[in-house]
Design a protein around this ligand. Structure first.
Ligand SMILES: [Zn+2]
Length: 344
């Protein structure tokens, strides 16, 4: 079968790899129907040291179950399923607390002998706990939105939930990437009426408005902070959803949060120190967020997609086949594509 391999920065190849086989009784084999490229795949694509050995990549996919190990129940050959971006048993103490990203028997895709999702098929560890059945056919028009349940929609939702977004909270979302736009959608879904989106790509912020943003601030840095404060009577917003992961974004977050408010960050931080100084302390700001336990939210978010109330799949603005995956990486890296869907 064929799958995407990354060998180093800027070096993504589609190669022939061994067909997956069941190794553990808790495994399933899944034929991939849709996959996609994540903003977080751009970190290794931008900086991974070149090596002789490539590794598999991709952590978001929908597929059809082809085979299951002896200890997998509740899944059968032919089931259409979605996989969250971390696999987990869904039974340990952390999973029962909704923190599947800390599962005692879980792990990530694309390393340590585990397949990546950007290929024709995947061996899924802990399949019974990891995979969630989708009640649609494999040619459903809902697949892009259902694929967003792998990562970006639950990540935006996690950001809004941990920040405490609700009908009475004002919201600033920092970042107009797929996660930022998903955070806008999640905040709207949780009842927020005032959602300020900070982003400077007009086609993306237009989608943000469609998802529920009431204001768009294109300015960055001190100017952007000033603009959000103007829009909020000088105070800033109760909650700030930081969906970038770079130091200027977290600085902006502390600049636009209202006293007593909460900053949640779901952008993987590319900085070692949080700039939380005396001013942040004196204003009683809470910092929360972290990697999203997507598996914990899939059942809760899916009905809104199935019943047409939300269309998070609108973040996909380009579709490629497996051969075109390297082009997809280039397009996302140079920001000509927002999020790239892969149809193997
Ligand atoms: Zn677990």
């Amino acid at each position: 079968m064929r799958a995407t391999m990354i060998y180093g920065a800027g070096d993504v190849r589609v190669e022939t790899v061994p067909d997956p086989v069941l190794r553990e009784p808790t495994d399933a084999l899944v034929r991939v129907v849709r996959s996609c490229i994540c903003g977080s795949d751009l970190w290794p694509y931008g900086s991974m040291p070149a090596g002789e050995q490539g590794r598999r990549i991709g952590h978001e996919f929908i597929g059809v179950v082809e085979d299951t190990g002896a200890e997998v129940s509740g899944l059968s050959r032919g089931d259409l399923v979605v996989a969250p971006f971390v696999w987990a048993d869904n039974t340990c103490d952390f999973c029962r607390e909704g923190l599947h990203t800390s599962c005692r028997h879980g792990g990530g895709w694309g390393s340590n002998g585990v397949d990546g999702g950007q290929g024709e098929a995947v061996r899924v560890p802990q399949a019974q706990g990891t995979l969630v059945k989708l009640p649609v056919a494999e040619d459903s028009a809902l697949l892009p939105s259902l694929l967003s349940l792998s990562d970006v929609f639950p990540t935006g939702h996690h950001c809004a939930v941990t920040a405490g977004v609700g009908p009475r909270t004002t919201v600033t979302v920092i970042g107009d990437g797929a996660v930022g736009l998903s955070a806008v959608l999640a905040a709207k879904r949780l009842g927020a009426e005032r959602i300020i989106l900070m982003g400077r790509h007009k086609d993306r912020t237009d989608l943000g408005r469609e998802f529920g943003a009431t204001d768009v601030v294109a300015e960055r840095g001190a100017e952007g902070v000033e603009r959000v404060r103007e829009l909020t009577g000088g105070d800033g917003t109760h909650t700030v959803l930081e969906c970038v992961g770079l130091k200027p974004a977290i600085e902006t977050a502390f600049g636009v949060v209202r006293a007593g408010g909460t900053v949640s960050r779901v952008g993987a931080p590319q900085y070692p120190d949080v700039p939380a100084d005396f001013g942040v302390f004196f204003r009683n700001i809470t910092l929360t967020g972290g990697v999203a336990p997507a598996r914990a939210y899939i059942e809760e978010l899916m009905p809104d997609i199935l019943e047409g109330r939300v269309q998070p799949g609108k973040v996909f603005d380009r579709t490629v086949n497996l051969d075109q995956v390297p082009d997809g990486y280039r397009a996302m890296a140079d920001r000509t594509a927002l999020k790239v869907l892969i149809q193997p």
